[in-house]
Ligand binder design. Structure first.
Ligand code: NI
Length: 178
């Protein structure tokens, strides 16, 4: 039996985080293993969402769970080829972060509610109406599949400042590993 494994999370700047990913065409054991690993990696971080390109897999899949542990049972979700089919006119601002941009947070405005359709790991089509943190999270993660990061919504100066910090962080981590 193969257990779940933690995957390395790519840190911005990385060209793989800027690419548009390819649709999933084959749902099989390899994709199931990737989904399990991504959930494990996300919970371990800890985070509430993770997209495949963040672990270097250039495919349209994301995982998320926006239930806080004190609120009740976890709700791990796996979305394959997700697409937004409706957005509300009402907007909402959340202070967002990203596992690929550690310890950096900024307000991002997005539609407050969205409808999303996707394929599940069982191959069945699903759709759901998301609001609150779930709506923000699913939009943030779908952005990853299109090579877009939350800092792309910020003013250039702020974005450059965060990117410089990440370059420094990556240099420090590389030195620690050497
Ligand atoms: Ni992110």
């Amino acid at each position: 039996m193969t257990g779940m494994a933690l995957r390395d999370i790519l840190i911005h700047p990385d060209p793989r985080l800027k690419k548009v990913t390819s649709p999933v065409t084959d749902i099989g054991p390899e994709l199931e293993r990737l989904a399990d690993d991504m959930l494990e990696t996300m919970y371990n971080a800890p985070g509430i969402g993770l997209a495949a390109p963040q672990v270097g897999v250039m495919t349209r899949m994301l995982v998320m769970d926006c239930i806080k542990s004190e609120e009740g049972a976890p709700r791990p979700m796996v979305l394959i080829n997700p697409r937004v089919t409706w957005v509300s006119d009402e907007m909402n601002t959340y202070e967002e972060g990203c596992l690929s941009i550690p310890e950096q947070y900024a307000d991002v405005e997005r539609p407050a509610e969205v409808k999303v359709s996707w394929t599940g790991l069982d191959g069945a089509e699903q759709s759901e109406h998301f609001s609150g943190l779930w709506a923000t999270c699913v939009q943030h993660e779908i952005d990853h599949l299109d090579g877009k990061l939350f800092i792309d919504y910020l003013r250039p100066l702020k974005r450059q400042m965060i990117t410089r910090k990440m370059v420094k962080l990556k240099r420090e981590r590389a030195r620690e590993r050497a």
